[in-house]
Design a protein around this ligand. Structure first.
Ligand code: NAG
Ligand code: NAG
Ligand code: NAG
Ligand code: NAG
Ligand code: NAG
Ligand code: NAG
Ligand code: NAG
Ligand code: NAG
Length: 376
């Protein structure tokens, strides 16, 4: 196992000497050294308590009943530790390669603690992960760990991973008083040799992919052994409406299904403030997406993916955000737009007799033709 790391020496000096180096980074309580020591002591103790408390909850379970990693989504994150207490109930999120996802952040106030959004994780064996502590203070600590494994308690594992927790990693054991969030990314490429080559009843997953345990892992909204049952609810994307925008985060609130190639405004700056018209979105699997500033300056995001919190996604992924000035000063009065491109081969594909998950029209049993319209 090899770890790559980046850290800034000047920060190291700040921390060791307990001096206030950067007003943006430090909590006001760090102003004098004596107080700093007390706070550090307090934070260590509470972290330690958290550590034991969470470790005590770790136990073994049958993970085969849970949503499994696939080639396209090599990591599945679970809301609870122990993969949601070893049950498929509870929130999970599938993670693509090359996209940073926030899994934890610090909490201020009297009960200083970390707030973990995702607590455990199943993954394709042998994938490399990049951990990051950053944003938006300007700090950016990255550490790649090769060959990470299934993790029943992410906080515990990061806290006890020597290369990760300390100064050669992302300082994870220290961050409690800074504005700091923790991200995770699956690096490209991933080794898919452990995946079965066929799945489902007749060896095909229509709107999903083969998971590690040999069952089809369906795209959100799709169901059935072969993921061939389409959602009936138009809050899920389809070939005709490959983008669905939601007023609120986590795909809640009123929603707008959008045609292919149709730019929609999701945010804008006005009177030096950011206005969000839509805060989350679902995208048809693997479609090419485009973000834009004033519709003119575009930034491709390929392949597109569901985004449960667009503001958070932009902070976590400056490679997408910077091209459209998203995280820049809101006194620039600009509009932010998003679209999903038309997939020519898919647009006319029958929605009942065919599926276009992989980008070409695949007919279900009993149908044929370019768009699967003809009975065999
Ligand atoms: C369980 O938690 C207690 C503190 O609440 C701690 O003393 C003990 O060592 C923990 N056990 C394990 C296995 O971590
Ligand atoms: C879920 O957690 C509770 C309490 O921690 C525990 O008693 C129970 O056995 C767990 N359920 C499973 C399926 O392990
Ligand atoms: C992290 O800590 C800073 C400083 O106390 C605070 O301003 C910020 O709101 C905290 N972050 C979260 C998510 O609570
Ligand atoms: C993952 O498991 C393998 C095999 O047990 C081990 O060699 C490797 O060090 C583990 N990776 C991490 C990051 O702990
Ligand atoms: C993980 O990174 C190491 C080098 O750091 C590389 O040898 C290995 O191939 C990578 N794993 C995958 C699955 O790409
Ligand atoms: C689809 O589901 C959402 C909640 O997930 C609900 O608010 C909406 O009314 C449903 N739409 C239709 C057409 O049933
Ligand atoms: C879909 O079919 C219509 C009618 O046959 C045709 O005019 C249109 O060009 C087709 N669209 C695509 C993207 O193939
Ligand atoms: C998704 O798109 C990528 C190219 O962007 C392609 O390599 C991959 O095969 C596609 N996956 C599926 C399941 O269609």
């Amino acid at each position: 196992m090899m770890a790559k790391f980046i850290f800034e020496l000047n920060f190291f000096a700040c921390f060791i000497l307990f001096v206030k180096c950067n007003t943006e980074l430090l909590n006001e309580e760090w102003i004098n050294n004596e107080e700093s020591h007390k706070i550090l002591h307090r934070s260590r103790r509470s972290l330690e308590e958290q550590f034991f408390e969470e470790q005590n909850k770790t136990y073994t379970c049958d993970t085969s009943i849970l949503p499994q990693p696939t080639a396209e989504y090599p990591v599945v994150l679970f809301e609870g530790i122990n993969y949601n207490n070893c049950s498929a109930n509870g929130k999970h999120r599938r993670l693509r390669t090359q996209v940073f996802e926030k899994w934890s952040e610090n909490l201020s106030g009297p009960n200083r603690a970390r707030k973990h959004k995702w607590n455990s994780m199943l993954m394709l064996p042998g994938a490399n992960l990049t951990f990051r502590a950053c944003c938006p203070s300007g700090n950016n600590y990255l550490s790649t760990v090769d060959n990470w494994n299934n993790t029943a308690n992410l906080h515990y594992s990061v806290l006890t991973q020597d290369d990760l927790k300390g100064p050669t990693g992302i300082w994870y054991e220290r961050w409690l008083h800074w504005v700091m969030s923790f991200y995770i990314r699956v690096d490209d490429p991933v080794d898919t040799t452990s995946l079965p080559s066929t799945c489902g009843d007749n060896g095909a997953c229509y709107y999903g992919q083969c998971g590690l345990t040999g069952k089809c892992e369906c795209a959100d909204g799709y169901s059935g052994v072969d993921c061939g049952t389409a959602p009936t609810n138009d809050s899920y994307p389809t070939e005709k409406k490959p983008l669905v925008l939601f007023k609120d985060v986590d795909y809640t609130g009123t929603y707008l299904p959008v045609n292919p190639d149709d730019f929609k405004r999701f945010a804008y700056n006005q009177r030096s403030a950011r206005e969000m018209e839509y805060k989350s979105m679902r995208v048809l699997h693997n479609r090419t997406m485009m973000f834009a500033r004033n519709i003119i300056y575009t930034q491709k995001f390929t392949p597109g993916d569901d985004i449960p919190d667009m503001a958070e996604f932009m902070i976590a992924n400056p490679n997408v955000a910077d091209g459209i000035w998203y995280n820049y000063d809101p006194h620039y009065e600009v509009d932010f737009h998003v679209k999903v491109e038309m997939s020519g081969a898919c647009f006319n594909c029958s929605e009942t007799n065919g599926v276009c998950y992989t980008g070409s029209c695949l007919c279900k049993t009993g149908f044929t033709g370019d768009y699967c319209d003809d009975p065999v």
